[in-house]
Design a protein around this ligand. Sequence first.
Ligand SMILES: [Zn+2]
Length: 146
Amino acid sequence: MDKIPSFQKDHNKLLPGLYMSVATNGVATFDLRFKRPNEGDYIPQAALHSIEHMMATVLRNGPHKEDIVYFGPMGCRTGFYLLSENIGYAEARALIEKALEECLRLTSVPGAKKEECGNYLEHDLAGAKRECAAYLALLRAENKGE
Ligand SMILES: [Zn+2]
């Protein structure tokens, strides 16, 4: 089998940040890399799950809701994928920063009732906010060229 493009990147060199990885058929994949790969620091499972619910909800209610194809976690727990149509890198970056700000204002995890979720007891709003705040701070520091 062919090695797919995301496995061809050297993960030893990947730093946390926002990357546009693939753009095919008008759909762009953004890697929201929260953590440096293979460094022993991963997003805890419950926080990862809650961020999935929170970001998906906020993005699908935002100004680009028509363009959001998918938002979901990386299995390695170092970040998330955003698939979208018609959005370039700068626009996606601004959109993600706004969405993270909105996540920090949430007082509950959306869709976390038993009838709405496949593992409704595994959520952590406070942990999710901590990870979102850290990632937002990283993006803002990059914007300032730090
Ligand atoms: Zn769920």
